[in-house]
Design a protein around this ligand. Sequence first.
Ligand code: ATP
Ligand code: MG
Length: 421
Amino acid sequence: MTKDSKSWRPFTANCCSADDQTIFGNFSRCKTSKSDFSKNIGPLPSFRRLSFSDLSRSSSTRINEDLAQTFGPDLFDFQVSELRAITQNFSTNYLLGEGGFGTVHKGYVDENLRSSLKSQAVAVKLLNIEGLQGHREWLAEVIFLGQLRHKNLVRLIGYCCEDEERLLVYEFMPKGSLENHLFKRLAMSLPWGTRLKIAIGAAKGLAFLHGAEKPVIYRDFKTSNILLDSDFTAKLSDFGLAHMGPEGSNTHVTTRVMGTYGYAAPEYVSTGHLTTRSDIYSFGVVLLELLTGRRAMDKTRPKNEQNLVDWTRPYLSSSRRLRCIMDPRFGGQYSVKGAKEMAHLASLCTSLNPKDRPKMPAIIETLEAIQPLRDMAVACGQWPPSPKSSNKYVVYAPKGNKDSKIVVIKNSRMGVNIKSK
Ligand SMILES: Nc1ncnc2c1ncn2[C@@H]1O[C@H](COP(=O)(O)OP(=O)(O)OP(=O)(O)O)[C@@H](O)[C@H]1O
Ligand SMILES: [Mg+2]
């Protein structure tokens, strides 16, 4: 599926009022949308500073020299010919997906490619370079991911900068993106426990970024950027929009407004003021998607249901109402108390006042406390959601209907109602 078929996309606005100096130096070309924290893991080391403004203006030879000097053996500097060879010439058979910045292909490296690189599957992102914007995102990705290492961040293995070509080589994530699991036709429904595990993993990745000496604002937290390992460990990818946060007494930085509709915090969209609390809002939106199985923004739904935050708000404070918006694909196999806690957390995260939003360590604590709960709705007599709907739900993916993701058939005594989701 191409990016154009999605109803929600990365956007840019207020482009020329930019002040992205913190990371990129004076780089304000205007262009539209193409273009643990954990007890176990220590604090993020300070960044070895790279001069973004120097690098963003340099020739490819100079960039390669600077990156090699900065990252040494931590990142591999590949040639296009090598990446062509490992992806069968970027064959569509090896296509993993396509985003706003280009296609992603699966490839295999073996020990003959580089002596210090072990044999493994990789994902190669081929950036669609159009002017400086693509280069800028490529550079941000190399600089952030090259320096950040955490079990909940996808690992960047290397990069390629050759003439006009810009590529990135990542560890391959066998289970793809959370977006594919939650919303794609034919995808098996993710069980409650797995959704919780993913939420906690993604929260730890975000907490790691926010907990840095100089916090990193991720700015593009969404289901397509949460990649999944074989055991559903979540890893954040895509640092093209990431931003070094404010220091000292400053509470925010002002930037070009960039992000994805439905996920971006309202105060950020209206003022361009970017803080770590903008990421917390997006995190809350993803929690709502995990609870309901609905997209942050879905133009195919009735007007009042298109924006997930607005639609769910009246349902989040009462268990009785919450049942009505829980993903029917759970089939009642979710913890009632856990769902209530998660809904409350999502509601706090998406508070209109950024100061009311919790911080990542508190979010992780809440989610981890939900994990042991076993009061499944179906066993507590709380599923189906109301006596009216005490019919059997069958979930299947329709053939030949590109617009519907999933169809829920409700067998009622009166007949069969088919409802497109
Ligand atoms: N390291 C990886 N391992 C496996 N699959 C990957 C990897 N990176 C990306 N993908 C796949 O490629 C798809 C496209 O990723 P990409 O980051 O380019 O775009 P996106 O996140 O869908 O959209 P956007 O441009 O809005 O960020 C992902 O949704 C995922 O399915
Ligand atoms: Mg992405």
